[in-house]
Design a protein around this ligand. Structure first.
Ligand SMILES: Cc1ncc(C[n+]2csc(CCOP(=O)(O)OP(=O)(O)O)c2C)c(N)n1
Ligand SMILES: [Mg+2]
Length: 196
């Protein structure tokens, strides 16, 4: 298993101008590594729906690279999105699954069949252009540039160490971050577009 921070440290070097959507407990670490905050987007919340929102963004902005950092519990909630993404063929979409084998945000309960399911296999057979699996940081580092250059939709499954949260949800102290609306507004002004 890889530490999500190491995934982000390596990925940042190859990010270019990609729009990045981090989700899950692992995704919270992305802010420590991003050097292009205006292109970071907060769309998380309803498990399984961020993939749909990210697909919409990729289809609406075909000239921008869109990278989603997904989590496996959320993906399992809406596995059908893999077929929808594959069918829409967003060439600019890179779907990276940070698989920590549990529901870390809610205390680390195990995800069904966590050790045996092959998410990259499911994505590939659903019709993604290419799919990768990593359980070793060096291997990810060796392939990340190829992944970022590949024609999407690309799927990347990475086993990561869970960062389990046990504090009752109402008592959790979070460092201040931009709200979802702020991240959308900042991205719009970065791209010189307006939804108004
Ligand atoms: C539809 C839905 N059901 C339940 C929740 C409550 N919830 C928030 S995070 C979470 C666990 C998420 O697990 P995973 O997607 O694997 O991400 P991780 O926390 O492991 O990073 C749950 C059950 C939710 N946000 N959305
Ligand atoms: Mg998880």
């Amino acid at each position: 298993m890889i530490h999500a921070e190491d995934v982000f440290r390596v990925f940042q070097e190859h990010r270019g101008d990609a729009i990045v959507i981090p989700t899950g407990t692992s995704g919270r670490r992305w802010g420590e590594f991003s050097t292009n905050e205006n292109r970071d987007l907060n769309l998380g919340g309803a498990m399984g729906q961020t993939t749909s929102a990210a697909l919409g963004l990729a289809l609406g902005l075909p000239d921008e690279k869109v990278v989603l950092f997904d989590s496996e519990g959320a993906l399992l909630m809406n596995m059908g999105i893999l077929a929808t993404i594959a069918g829409k063929k967003p060439q600019n979409f890179c779907h990276i699954l940070l698989d920590n084998e549990c529901y870390a945000t809610t205390g680390g309960q195990p995800v069904p069949n966590a050790q045996e399911i092959n998410y990259a296999g499911v994505a590939k057979e659903s019709g993604y252009s290419s799919a990768y699996s990593f359980d070793d940081l060096e291997e990810f580092a060796t392939n990340v540039e190829e992944i970022m250059q590949a024609t999407g939709p690309v799927f990347v499954a990475i086993k990561v160490v869970p960062q389990i949260e046990n504090e009752p949800i109402g008592m959790r102290v979070r460092p201040p971050t931009r709200s979802r609306a702020e991240t959308i507004r900042d991205l719009q002004s970065e791209l010189g577009i307006s939804a108004d």
